[in-house]
Design a binder for this molecule. Structure first.
Ligand SMILES: [Zn+2]
Length: 451
């Protein structure tokens, strides 16, 4: 049994030291570590320690996909101090610890930039019904779908939501994910949306991961607003956003812009309110039809526009010109047995940044494997392995507005990186159901390693 304690701030905290949550060893003395890494003391005295990771093959995942082999990476506290070919490492550095990576590959920590991983219950029963031929729409009309998850989330306590969501987060972390976006959208009241976002913040305190929170109250129309979707959007814009922003729960605002969701005009009202508060915007668009939401997203400088199965070259060009990241979600495409694929060739031709995410959610993408999403993006959508890797590092960071801090390995950036026991970099995007993650370094600390 895991032990959880309530932190003084009201969230749930658990020590990351000693026995960790992963089923993977923390602070190992293997994996080429010449000595065990000491725990950082509370007064930060270890903050400036130099750790050298050498004899690595490094993929920096920058715009030119720079590789160093043999490469070396030096961290100072939580940041990257130096990176390059090992033979160029300046001799004046005196590392406190040296780790021989033994020729394995090293990449930035992966970033899952679109998840709904905080939820309660499952919709496995609905999945079984869909396998028998019942349509998603029929199930939704009978009160299932997002509203089924809404009832489960409303009934769950914060602790129950946390307990059910943590294993999904753990599965991502075990695969080398060090940054995760988490959306609300199953509460659909101010208090229940706030509850979901508080759980997302609590997860970030409990595990060595950076979590970006997104309000997706405009996910579905709750029963309390039946027939009054304009009033619902107005309440989110005028009342919920300022309150949640004041509580520090918002990193971005999202909307499901779709004929079964909300209109482009409603998205504009929400975006106006978010922009006034200085909150970044994102959008679920052109998943089931083409409403042109992605053109609005581009016009309004959205961080990302996600799904895009029904987007065309016109939308691809608009997203590229605006610098809005196109987030592709192949697991949802797979689980819904969709036929229509996002316009990858047009996005590529336009020079749009393409990110890949799990879309982890109980309805259309019940899974917590970013490596599987990469594999699906290559096989089902035709991305190259290099595009898939950029899609979970550099472009995923941009989809969260974190490109200055994360997503590539460069001097001054966060020391979030992964050691992979792979011979060729293309193995990322190749394996399905096999995890070659050997070690996870978050903020300069070794937080997890494979048994
Ligand atoms: Zn989604």
């Amino acid at each position: 049994m895991r032990k959880k304690t309530k932190s003084p701030s009201g969230g749930f905290s658990r020590s990351l030291h000693g026995r960790g949550p992963w089923g993977r060893a923390l602070y190992p003395n293997g994996v080429g570590c010449e000595t065990e890494i000491p725990l950082r003391s509370d007064n930060g005295s270890m903050a400036e320690a130099l750790h050298l990771w050498r004899n690595a093959r490094i993929a920096a995942c920058d715009a030119s996909m720079t590789r160093f082999a043999p490469g070396a990476l030096l961290t100072r506290g939580p940041r990257i101090e130096w990176i390059g070919a090992e033979r160029h490492l300046p001799g004046e550095y005196r590392p406190n610890e040296t780790h021989d990576v033994r020729g394995n590959w090293l990449t930035p920590g992966l970033i899952d930039c679109h998840t709904h991983l905080v939820f309660a219950g499952t919709r496995a029963g609905e999945y079984a019904e869909r396998l028998q031929g019942r349509s998603y729409q029929d199930i939704a009309r009978a009160g299932g779908g997002i509203l089924a998850s809404m009832r489960a989330v409303r009934a769950a306590s914060e602790q129950q939501l946390f307990d059910q969501s943590l294993p999904r987060l753990e599965a991502l972390l075990a695969e080398g994910v060090t940054t995760v976006e988490v959306k609300s959208g199953y509460g659909l009241t101010l208090e229940d949306e706030a509850k979901m976002l508080r759980v997302a913040r609590a997860l970030a305190r409990a595990a060595p991961v950076t979590i970006s929170t997104t309000l997706l109250a405009a996910h579905a129309l709750p029963p309390e607003y039946a027939g009054r979707s304009d009033a619902y959007i107005d309440d989110i814009a005028a009342k919920w956003l300022p309150k949640l922003q004041a509580e520090g729960l918002l990193d971005a605002v999202d909307i499901f812009c779709e004929n079964v969701g909300f209109s482009v005009e409603q998205a504009e009202i929400l975006f106006d309110a978010a922009t006034r508060l200085g909150v970044a915007v994102k959008m679920h668009a052109e998943q089931l039809s083409n409403l042109g939401g992605s053109l609005l997203a581009a016009r309004r400088g959205a961080l990302s526009c996600d799904h895009l199965e029904y987007a065309t070259a016109r939308e691809a060009q608009a997203l590229a010109a605006a610098g809005t990241v196109a987030v592709l979600l192949p697991v949802a495409f797979f689980c819904l047995a969709e036929q229509r694929k996002p316009p990858v060739a047009a996005l590529r031709a336009a020079g749009a940044a393409m990110a890949i995410a799990t879309d982890c959610n109980p309805g259309s993408a019940p899974g917590s494997s970013l490596l599987l999403a990469m594999s699906m993006a290559t096989r089902l959508f035709g991305l190259t392995c290099e595009e898939a890797l950029a899609g979970v590092t550099r472009h995923a960071a941009r989809a969260l507005g974190m490109q200055e801090e994360r997503g590539t390995l460069a001097v001054g950036k966060a020391a979030d990186f992964i050691v992979w026991s792979i011979g060729e970099l293309e193995e990322l995007g190749y394996w399905t159901g096999f995890n070659p993650c050997r070690a996870v370094i978050k903020g300069g600390r070794l937080v997890s390693r494979a048994p």
